[in-house]
Design a protein around this ligand. Structure first.
Ligand code: G3P
Length: 245
């Protein structure tokens, strides 16, 4: 079972910052997940929400900022243990830190309602222009239109269906949607990660990865029911349990 660091080592550093990614690397992470947005001036950047409300305490939308403007905000403001300034990083700077150590890179594209027209091509170009990156890359999105556009642009890129608000009842239609874009992975919330659902996902031919798993008890349960990967804010603690194979 893969231990995928979620937004970097986000239990120990402000999420989706260079600090969190450096720490994840130091803790021995080999698989990484992070969220991708596009600034007003066309830069791919890493942050979870569409605004800086939660991280910087500012009602600022990424889509409305140039990267120079965005860089001025302290996105460690929310992180009580250490509020020393951290800014929204460029995707390129994140990749420089983690890619040399990575077996897997999960780019989660935030693009609800196609807020960032053209982000799919921009991201694919970014991935294709860096040696060795395509093989390690997996792109996920809650937005099905984004997955469809990615597939239309590339027959080879690995895609992951990201289930939102799923229930056991809605699993079968979701599996059909995942198949329709040629996804290899199916990512689902811990809330519905039961043995039956995991076997349905795997029987349908997908790798099943579960978010967000932050206790040893849940991690072991996921391993026992055949989950292929877990997204966690605690890459070190889970790693110590050697949940491998
Ligand atoms: O990509 C897995 C997980 O991170 C999805 O949820 O809300 O953290 O983007 P969220």
């Amino acid at each position: 079972m893969k231990i995928i660091s979620h937004r970097g080592a986000s239990a120990y550093a402000p999420e989706n910052t260079l600090k969190a990614f450096k720490l994840a690397v130091e803790m021995g992470s080999r698989d990484f997940e992070f969220d991708v947005h596009l600034t007003k001036d066309g830069e791919l950047v890493v942050h979870h929400d569409y605004t800086l409300e939660h991280t910087a305490g500012k009602h600022v939308k990424i889509v409305d900022c140039t990267y120079e403007e965005l860089k001025k905000f302290n996105v460690a403001w929310h992180y009580r243990a250490d509020r020393r300034p951290q800014h929204v990083p460029l995707l390129a700077d994140v990749i420089d830190i983690i890619a040399p150590h990575a077996d897997g890179l999960n780019f989660e594209v935030k693009n609800d309602g196609n807020l960032y027209p053209g982000i799919e091509k921009k991201l694919l170009d970014f991935i294709k222009h860096r040696a060795g990156l395509l093989e390690k890359s997996l792109i996920s999105s809650f937005d099905h239109g984004t997955l469809k556009r990615l597939r239309a642009l590339s027959h080879t890129v690995k895609l992951a269906y990201l289930g939102h608000g799923l229930s056991t009842m809605l699993l079968l239609p979701a599996l059909r949607k995942a198949r329709s874009v040629g996804a290899v992975n199916f990512h689902l919330a811990l809330r519905i990660a039961f043995k039956l659902n995991i076997s349905r996902i795997k029987k349908a031919g997908f790798n099943a990865c579960v978010y967000t798993v932050n206790t040893q008890k849940d991690a072991k349960r996921m391993q026992a029911i055949g989950v292929d990967g877990i997204f966690t804010n605690h890459p070190d603690i889970l790693g110590k349990w050697t949940l491998k194979g």
